[in-house]
Ligand binder design. Structure first.
Ligand SMILES: [Zn+2]
Length: 308
């Protein structure tokens, strides 16, 4: 089939730095004067190099993985928060590379910016799978734009479809208490959303982040057998995929942040003074430093300054 190759090469040309990766450095001009985001298309589908069946669908600054098998498609996060036609766009993109139906939609975790917008997949007959905590949380909130999972699991679940195996693992709380690892053992690819940003400082959604547990989570992920990581937001630079080095770098960043705030917190400086003094100079050149650091400081002040 020529189409996937065309899509892949088109996306190679157009992928550029994610919008959120372009936050100015602390010393740079204020956001109003920041350069306009580069003109990348609003969405893109890219085949993962070296595979004939694994794709990344990007809509805005969010990404999902989908896998085309001999018996249908396994899709992940609809990534359509605030985008009423985003689910349909995703389905249309899948239809450009296969005429097989989408059999499964698997949620990475329960945050709406990743899981809203799945109705078109539900209407087309897909089965939705998520961690059990994701379903519990979504069921309580009843977001009108988010489909509730049909099936849940606790620690492990294997999805087999046609010639493809996708392993789902829950390794404990991390970026949220419902975030799972999806692993394609044959392709040695993992899809992990938000806990392990690729080449950038963690984003703003640290409200339900579990600091110490996330360190354990990343260590467990590092011990798994994989070579490439598809992140839930485009990797920096140029939308790249991640490696084990990226995962190790994030672990080190969390450990550095934790140690820095622990010192300030135990001097009795949380919240205000600690948050003002908190710096991660080593990461100042990383995308997302200016926008993400205050949220990291707040979360670790909670941990070391309040015990929460
Ligand atoms: Zn999230």
């Amino acid at each position: 089939m020529k189409l996937p190759l065309l899509l892949a090469s088109a996306a190679m040309v157009t992928l550029s730095q994610p919008i959120w990766a372009q936050a100015p450095a602390p010393s740079a001009a204020p956001p109003a004067a920041a350069p306009a985001p580069s003109a990348q298309p609003p969405f893109a589908t890219t085949k993962v190099d070296g595979t004939n069946n694994v794709y990344v669908f990007r809509n805005g600054n969010h990404q999902a993985m989908f896998v085309v098998t001999s018996d249908g498609v396994i899709a992940t996060d609809p990534v359509a928060y605030g985008k009423p036609t985003g689910g349909q766009t995703y389905l249309d993109e899948i239809k450009k590379v296969t005429d097989k139906p989408v059999k499964f939609v698997i949620y990475s975790h329960h945050h709406y910016d990743h899981v809203a917008g799945g109705k078109v997949f539900k209407d087309a007959g897909a089965t939705f799978i998520a961690h059990k905590t994701a379903k519990e949380r979504l069921a309580k909130l009843q977001d009108p734009n988010t489909v509730l999972p049909d099936e849940t699991f606790d620690t492990e679940k294997t999805v087999k479809l046609g010639d493809t195996t996708l392993e789902l693992s829950y390794l404990g709380p991390n970026h949220s208490d419902s975030t799972i690892v999806m692993r394609l053992p044959r392709e040695k690819i993992v899809f992990i959303v938000d806990t392990i940003p690729v080449g950038s400082v963690p984003g703003r959604g640290m409200i339900d982040f579990y600091p110490l547990e996330s360190e354990d989570f990343i260590k467990k992920v590092l011990a798994m057998d994989w070579e490439r990581l598809i992140p839930g937001h485009p990797g920096a630079p140029n939308g790249r995929l991640g490696t084990k080095k990226d995962a190790q770098d994030q672990l080190t960043l969390l450990q550095d942040a934790s140690a820095e705030m622990k010192k300030l917190a135990q001097e009795g400086k949380c919240w205000d003074n600690a948050e003002k003094e908190f710096k991660l100079e080593k990461y100042a050149s990383w995308p997302g430093y200016a926008s993400g650091t205050p949220f990291i400081a707040r979360r670790y002040c909670g941990l070391w300054g309040r015990g929460t």
